[in-house]
Write a protein that binds this ligand. Structure first.
Ligand SMILES: Nc1ncnc2c1ncn2[C@@H]1O[C@H](COP(=O)(O)OP(=O)(O)OP(=O)(O)O)[C@@H](O)[C@H]1O
Ligand SMILES: [Mg+2]
Length: 240
């Protein structure tokens, strides 16, 4: 599927053969809360090949979400290197990193963060919305295509409150897909769903991965982790 009317900066134009798509080397990150420092990441490395599906598992507090936030550029590491498609993101400008967030990278969370007063279709269109500029017919068609992809073609007019938890998460996935991302980061995407609903969301993520998207997922569920190409484990801020 090709997104309509999205632009990619030339620096991130196409994955280069033989290079990891995404690579973190010796990444550290600490937080200070009420004067107490916590070293959440103590030197974590991970290499993700183009089209690979990697799961990150580990106990609560081991640093999984922090690491996913660094990988997806939501958080700057204190030290270490992060490269995407051969480009050093720790040296990239804010504009280049923003372009990635709006283009190649998509993130979904345990809670879907849909806007409650927008319909499923409008929520899916959010990545295209820039100020007061109206979305185009092509963007609307693309959003409908993505809603269809997640099995919600007939529910685009509903508000999030009129959808089940699993359906809401599927809208969040449609919103992530709408701009034709290359890497999907998912932080416990099934964490707030019952097991049957979680299984449907996982099935969808697996299909999306088979369609060519690289996926990095944090999960507590070993069974879901086993659906990925590779499982890595974190313990106390380090790769186990
Ligand atoms: N914004 C923050 N401010 C202060 N400390 C933080 C912050 N974010 C995370 N931490 C701390 O960093 C450590 C790692 O947290 P992180 O959220 O990455 O763990 P996690 O593996 O995702 O845990 P969980 O499975 O419970 O989601 C924890 O000790 C946490 O308390
Ligand atoms: Mg977490």
């Amino acid at each position: 599927m090709n997104a309509t009317e999205t632009t990619r900066p030339a620096a991130f134009a196409a994955p280069m053969a033989g290079t990891p798509l995404l690579e973190a080397v010796d990444v550290t990150k600490s937080f200070t809360q009420d004067g107490t420092p916590t070293q959440a990441l103590k030197g974590v490395s991970l290499s993700v090949a183009p089209g690979e599906f990697v799961s990150i598992v580990g106990r609560s507090g081991s640093g999984k979400s922090t690491f996913l936030s660094v990988l997806s550029t939501l958080l700057r590491p204190d030290s270490g290197q992060l490269t995407y498609n051969g480009q050093d993101l720790t040296r990239a400008t804010e504009a280049e990193v923003n372009a990635l967030r709006h283009g190649d990278f998509a993130v979904i969370f345990q809670f879907h963060y849909l806007l409650p007063y927008l319909t499923a279709l409008e929520n899916t269109l959010l990545p295209f919305m820039r100020g007061l500029r109206p979305v185009s017919g092509a963007q609307r068609r693309r959003a409908l295509e993505c809603l269809e992809r997640v099995g919600l073609a007939d529910k685009g007019h509903r508000l999030p409150g009129q959808l089940s938890g699993g359906e809401q998460q599927r809208v969040a996935i449609a919103r992530a897909l709408v701009k034709d991302a290359r890497v999907l980061f998912a932080d416990e995407p099934t964490g707030s769903l019952d097991s049957a609903t979680g299984a449907t969301v996982m099935e969808l993520l697996s299909q999306i991965h088979k369609d060519g998207l690289s996926v990095v997922m944090v999960t507590h569920n070993e069974q879901y982790a086993s659906l990925s190409d590779r499982v890595v484990r974190m313990t106390d801020g380090l790769m186990a």
